[in-house]
Design a protein around this ligand. Structure first.
Ligand SMILES: [Fe+2]
Ligand SMILES: [Fe+2]
Length: 345
């Protein structure tokens, strides 16, 4: 190991196959003053129900269980690297969820909204637990991620409250579908379970599912967010962005899914179908999948993205134009109105 490599390793405590880019999550800040005016009375019953469920803390002891690491030792060096990079990406996103919920909780408490403050403490508690669990899994691989110092690496991105709620709802629900589909697959193919981490996926995804329901309750307190043109454009924009990002990341970093015996393209399709369907409970509009166009276009977009990446400098602008025109066409595909419960409309 060269002197530079070894000092880099000391600073970040990351082995060479885990590059610094993995550690660049986005941290968000929002209109906290506006959030403190959330009118809970609109959705009082929903709030009480969700509060009780979060307070019950069903997974209190679950993530403390000690699990044997023997299966992991059977992995080849390459497969281990794939598994580790999955862990690093996951720990960073769980931790950024924790930071946001913690901040929202603090702001609510400061502005005298004690019950909302406590509610978001429950959400932060779960994300901290998830991040802590992944952190321990990494530690057992000899990798230390310096979580508390991560936010210092990147300025927080500002999002209006409605954007934060739409994107949080989707990220919790897509997280739920990702974990539960992996869990179902591994139950059907136990020989593919290569790490103790997967023994924890079921209660884990139930946490994310509950978080999505909590955010849905918050959205109901702001009826204007899901009304009229605003509701339609926000639904369209966030579903499209989250699905497009999912397709590109899952299919471009497919090694992890292949390691588990999952076809990344089919996995991506199932996650998108299910998340779009679940969003009918919260969003006023969702994409219409019956004609198959949205899902079909995914493959074209993926091919165009690969063409653009692999094209020579000269043909790059044409390849990029093709990619952009495809994603814009996907954005504009037909949507359907949902029957999501909305108060005060
Ligand atoms: Fe989580
Ligand atoms: Fe979550």
């Amino acid at each position: 190991m060269t002197a530079t490599a070894s000092s880099a390793l000391n600073r970040n405590e990351l082995p060479p196959h885990l590059d610094e880019n993995l550690l660049t999550p986005r941290f968000y800040t929002t209109e906290f003053d506006k959030a403190s005016k959330t009118d809970l009375e609109i959705a009082r019953q929903d709030f009480e129900a969700m509060f009780k469920e979060m307070e019950a803390d069903y997974n209190l002891k679950h993530f403390d269980r000690k699990a044997s690491l023997e299966r992991l030792n059977e992995l080849s060096k390459e497969d281990k690297a794939v598994y580790e990079s999955y862990l690093v990406r996951s720990v960073v996103s769980e931790f950024s969820g924790f930071l946001l919920f913690k901040e929202i909780s603090n702001r609510f408490k400061k502005s005298g909204r004690a019950e909302l403050g406590q509610f978001f403490t429950f959400l932060a508690r779960d994300e901290a637990r998830h991040a802590g669990f992944l952190g321990r899994a990494l530690k057992s691989e000899g990798i230390n991620v310096d979580l508390p110092n991560l936010p210092k690496k990147r300025a927080a991105t500002f999002f209006p409250l409605s954007w934060v709620l739409y994107s949080l709802y989707l990220s919790e629900k897509i997280g739920y579908w990702r974990y539960i589909l992996i869990n179902r697959h591994l139950k059907a193919h136990p020989e593919k379970v290569c790490a103790p981490l997967f023994d924890f996926f079921e209660p884990w995804c139930q946490d994310e599912n509950r978080h999505g329901d909590c955010i849905n309750m918050m959205m109901r307190c702001w009826p204007g967010m899901t009304k009229g043109f605003r509701g339609k454009i926000l639904s369209r924009f966030f579903l499209w962005t989250v699905f497009l990002t999912h397709t590109l990341t899952v299919c471009e970093r497919g090694e992890f899914y292949t390691l588990l015996g999952i076809d990344p393209v089919l996995f991506d399709e199932e996650v998108i179908i299910q998340t779009n369907n679940t969003s009918k409970n919260a969003f006023p509009w969702v994409y219409k999948f019956e004609d198959g166009k949205f899902l079909e276009m995914r493959i074209k977009i993926l091919n165009a993205f690969r063409d653009w990446r692999e094209s020579s400098r000269l043909s790059k602008p044409i390849a990029l134009a093709k990619f952009i025109s495809l994603i814009l066409r996907q954005f504009a595909l037909p949507m359907e109105k949902t029957n999501a419960v909305r108060y005060g409309q």
